[in-house]
Design a protein around this ligand. Sequence first.
Ligand code: MRU
Length: 363
Amino acid sequence: MRIQGIPQRSIREVVGGVEVIDQRWLPHEYRVATLKSVNDFVAAIKEMWIRGAPLIGATAAYGIVASLRAKRDNWHEAAKYDAAQLLATRPTAVNLKWALDQQLEICRNAGSQEEALKKCLDRAAAICDSDVDVCHRIGQHGLPLIESLYDEVLKEPVNILTHCNAGWLATVDWGTATSPIYQAHKAGIPVHVWVDETRPRNQGASLTAFELAEEGIPHTVITDNAGGLLMQQGKVDLVITGTDRTVANGDVVNKIGTYLKALAAKDNGVPFFVALPYSTLDISISTGADVEIEERNQNEIHFIQGLHEGEVKEVRLTPPSSPALNLGFDVTPARCVTGLITEYGVFQASEAGIQSLVQAAQS
Ligand code: MRU
């Protein structure tokens, strides 16, 4: 998608590494970071210069490339060690393990470090290219859901609520939850997006709002607590969120606060869809309760970042002696999810639905 009219991807290869958009500074400053050493990759994922399940996976794949670029006698052991460092950065998004497993398998089968490097570089590029295609296909499958809500007589825009950032900045391009929205907009269907600010890191207010503004899509930023009232007032036609891990029974793990939106949607008869690439499915886990929930630094709650007199600044929100608990994700039970929008079509969030999705992916 575009920034100032110029088509971009969130990650691109440069000589000796990759360049990523350093998302910590958006929407106020556009900065790019070059990642070359494994330590750069670990910091970029852990400190959320880049974030979002698919982009975490794509970036980690290049992290192993960085490991293999370092000249070492014990390159195979080093790659395993570096993969473990990368895996420890963010526990909830399964795409991280998905991408690292692919690279480690290449390393296992390679006869030399050079061969492993070449093949891992190809695989990282393929993961990125495939993510663009997959996200585009998610949009194609989600588009009819928006189309069917558009009343051609009233010509009212379709009001879609989203949480966190499951947009192109969370993937390589298009996004997951936003892909149907972008494609509806391109197809001339009027849409309006309610953007949850998404405390504490405000990925909605800073990233989703930024993306939508750059694409010229009407949107309004709301507090995380406003969605329920808007649903009661009939001002939300559809909810679409992303997910960091969806498991065998259809439970959806996503940014903290997603569950409360799903409850409100269920109570108000608003369809609640979750968009995901197949790489975010983890059938090795039976229910969402078994997924490790990332607990992040308290300071993300104590401090808030914003623009003050032209400079990005942080200010404290809480009393110095108050502790905070910063849980990154929650579990939305499958029963609260209307459907899963994937690159293979729309599936029920249930054990049977997940089985059909697996079959579709394998056929
Ligand atoms: O902590 P983040 O910003 O990495 O969390 C991102 C989300 O929760 C997204 O909704 C999810 O990764 C899906 S992104 C396509």
